[in-house]
Ligand binder design. Structure first.
Ligand code: NAI
Length: 342
């Protein structure tokens, strides 16, 4: 048995090894937008999972080559490619997890909300197909603006009569991955030990790392809190600017998304100790959607972890109140988009 690489040891040391000789590969995963900057490396990482039997790749372009290439890796899963509206239904049939990175990424100077006009329609159309073909699947939304695309997906699923709030997730794992990395660097900690919960949403000030809840427990000066918080919030923009027009985070994003897929599969597989942060329907605040740590189980979200929102520092409490109007507006924008459709 070897240690699985996607999952930070800070979360669960005891049940993290898988037997590669006799893999329990039995889950079907679909990626919609599989030929893109995120889709390709994400497909590769999922192809390495010992829990996956079938990997179904869908894109409007270039997916045949990606699938042919990937299919030569001698790992357990079989790879299939699908393209065009007509093949979307067969792509989605029987899948356990659907991951959606379809859509356009940011260019320098753009906010995630600037992507709304294009990505909102893409997510709406794809979720309609998910509702028709695999309503029981876990749905992982990566396409930005996540703060709005997740409410869009919820409304579409409601209209189709198949909404299960426990199975719809906005992928915010990259914010946690970044927070863990930056805190470990700043405090000279072993990266693998660090776990920082990140709550709120996935854009600008709505990304709120709860540094006071860092494990292992570590003290920060006020300046360090301010510096780290801003660095975590701006990390995506830092990548967009460094790529100078060639897209946004794809490699770190794929790593993060693969970790969230693996956690979901472990939960589906009966591991009773799986925790991640994700943007989900929530009653932890007055907002209908909110990212927090969640416990994952066979049926999706088993619990929202409230305790991490208790006993916040004054800085965190203020930041939490400050993010609410923006997050609320993004949620409403998503909901209104679906309802004004013909
Ligand atoms: P990309 O442009 O490289 O790839 C997007 C892919 O989606 C392309 O292959 C394209 O053909 C495909 N696509 C477009 N419309 C489609 C449709 N209707 N059905 C299926 N596929 C479709 O973009 P990249 O870099 O992969 O980013 C994808 C999305 O992920 C963007 O919206 C970006 O903002 C978001 N993102 C989210 C992050 C997060 O933390 N949640 C982090 C980084 C990016």
């Amino acid at each position: 048995a070897i240690q699985h690489s996607f999952v930070s040891r800070a979360q669960k040391p005891s049940q993290r090894s898988y037997n590669y000789v006799q893999p329990r590969a039995s889950y079907k995963v679909a990626i919609l937008g599989a030929a893109g900057g995120i889709g390709q490396p994400l497909a590769l990482l999922i192809k390495m999972s010992p829990l996956v039997s079938t990997l179904k790749l869908y894109d409007v372009a270039n997916v045949k080559g990606v699938a042919a290439d990937l299919s030569h890796c001698n790992t357990p899963s079989q790879v299939f490619d699908f393209t065009g509206d007509k093949e979307l239904a067969s792509c989605l049939k029987d899948v356990n997890v659907v991951v959606i990175p379809a859509g356009v990424p940011r260019k320098p100077g753009m906010t995630r909300d600037d992507l709304f006009n294009i990505n909102a329609s893409i997510v709406k159309d794809l979720i309609e197909a998910v509702a028709d073909n695999c309503p029981d699947a876990f749905i992982h939304i990566i396409s930005n603006p996540v703060n709005s695309t997740v409410p869009i997906a919820a409304e579409v699923l409601k209209q189709k009569g198949v909404y299960d709030p426990k199975k719809l997730f906005g992928v915010t794992t990259l914010d946690v991955v970044r927070a863990n990395t930056f805190v470990a660097q700043k405090k000279n900690l072993r990266l693998i030990d660090v776990d920082v919960p990140v709550v709120g949403g996935h854009a600008g000030i709505t990304i709120l790392p709860l540094l006071s809840k860092t494990k292992p427990s570590v003290a920060f000066t006020d300046e360090e809190v301010q510096e780290l918080t801003v660095k975590i919030q701006n990390a995506g923009t830092e990548v967009v600017e460094a790529k100078a027009g060639a897209g946004s985070a794809t490699l770190s994003m794929s790593y993060a998304a693969a970790r969230f897929v693996e956690s979901s599969l472990r939960a589906l597989d009966g591991d009773s100790d799986v925790y991640e942060c994700s943007y989900v329907q929530s009653n932890l605040t007055e907002l209908p959607f909110f990212a927090s740590r969640i416990k994952l189980g066979r049926n999706g979200v088993e619990a929202l972890i409230k305790s991490e929102l208790e006993g916040l520092t004054e800085y965190e409490q203020k930041a939490l109140e400050a993010l609410k109007p923006e997050l609320k507006a993004s949620i409403e924008k998503g909901i209104n988009f679906v309802h004004k459709q013909p």
